[in-house]
Design a protein around this ligand. Structure first.
Ligand SMILES: [Zn+2]
Length: 141
């Protein structure tokens, strides 16, 4: 027998062993260490390498996948809110100087524009299909 891998937990070692059994091997567990007949060692490592990658993929869940096409890592569209904020502040300063409206009236208008803008500007934009959204549908676990 040859040791293929030592796992961090017994469950993981057992899961790996079960997988090898499905591929027709006869693995053995020594604690959390997985052993296979020497002639199967290479194949087992390859198979478990795939298994590890799959596990890795599952762990690194796509970050905010697009609700339409599922593309992960969208553009953070919400940065436009910051742009809007800056634009409104500048506009309020300029308008406040030109129009002799009271400071509070200008502030109120600026506040309303910001409120509407923040409400309407989506949070994310998909890199692939251009779909924009704020909240993704809750996923069933
Ligand atoms: Zn998309």
């Amino acid at each position: 027998m040859e040791k293929v891998w030592t796992y961090g937990s017994l469950e993981k070692a057992e899961a790996a062993g079960e997988m090898l059994i499905r591929y027709g091997m006869s693995p053995k567990l020594d604690g959390t260490a997985l052993l296979v007949p020497a002639e199967d060692a290479e194949k087992a490592k390859t198979l478990l390498g795939i298994a590890d990658e799959e596990e890795e993929r599952q762990r690194t869940e796509p970050f905010h996948p697009c609700p339409k096409c599922g593309t992960a890592d969208p553009i953070w569209f919400g940065k436009r809110k910051i742009i809007l904020l800056v634009a409104v502040i500048i506009a309020a300063l300029v308008v406040g100087r030109i129009v002799s409206a009271s400071f509070w009236a200008v502030l109120a208008v600026a506040f309303i524009i910001l409120l509407v803008g923040f409400y309407r500007i989506p949070e994310y934009e998909c890199r692939r299909c251009g779909h924009r959204w704020t909240r993704e549908p809750r996923r069933e676990v």
